[in-house]
Design a protein around this ligand. Structure first.
Ligand code: FES
Length: 213
């Protein structure tokens, strides 16, 4: 949700997303939703916020970052650290936001790509390594993480090492979804439905669920 409109980020992969990319301006589409929960904004207020994301998962984290940076909200949160990685510069999304945020002094922005490519002058390396290097404080802090399973698997031990309590770490999960309303069983982890009970779960809650994410 942006000021006055909703923006979608669609990666062209197969039939549906290709059709979306090929559709003409002003084509009318029906959208169902919204479903599930959101980020725990009340828990984040008055605290340092660390946002970690990889790949196209950054779409939701970008919305959260924009919300925190909005002039109406910025005072409600303390230090903001954003760590974001993509495979290559071409896969970094919302570059205009990254550029604008890079000029602000109220956000610690760290953007990396997996491997060096000609012309890239920024950081190189995987997200977990960058989290370790940036080492954001866990003091009065809350961490929000969203990305591919492999990124989450390697980032969580570092988040633990940094001293974040499982109740202060929230993961927004990416699962394949179909119905979006807890009926088809496509997205469940144990007895939880990512579409309905999530997609945002406290790590404390996930620790008690099967490691299927
Ligand atoms: S998408 Fe159908 S149960 Fe979650």
């Amino acid at each position: 949700m942006d000021d006055g409109y909703i923006q979608f980020n669609v990666k062209k992969v197969r039939v549906v997303t290709t059709a979306l990319h090929n559709s003409e301006e002003r084509k009318v589409m029906r959208v169902r939703g919204t479903y599930g929960n959101g980020f725990p904004l009340e828990k984040m207020e008055g605290r340092n916020v660390v946002i970690v994301g990889g790949g196209f998962a950054f779409t939701t984290l970008r919305s959260l970052t924009k919300f925190i940076l909005h002039e109406a909200n910025r005072d409600r949160f303390k230090d903001l650290t954003v760590i974001y990685g993509a495979r290559n510069p071409g896969e970094l999304i919302y570059k205009y936001d990254l550029e604008a945020w890079g000029k602000r002094n109220d956000i610690n922005l760290n953007v990396t790509i997996d491997r060096a490519v000609p012309g890239w002058t920024g950081l190189v390396g995987f997200v977990p390594a960058l989290v370790k290097e940036v080492a954001p404080t866990s003091d009065n802090a809350i961490a929000i993480i969203c990305g591919p399973p492999i990124m989450i698997r390697f980032t969580m031990p570092i988040i633990n090492e940094l001293g974040f309590s499982p109740k202060d770490v929230f993961l927004s999960l990416e699962m394949r979804m179909k119905c979006g309303i807890g009926k088809c069983g496509r997205c469940n982890i144990g007895n939880k439905f990512v579409c309905k009970d999530g997609p945002v779960f406290a790590y404390k809650e996930l620790e008690m669920m099967p490691k299927e994410y």
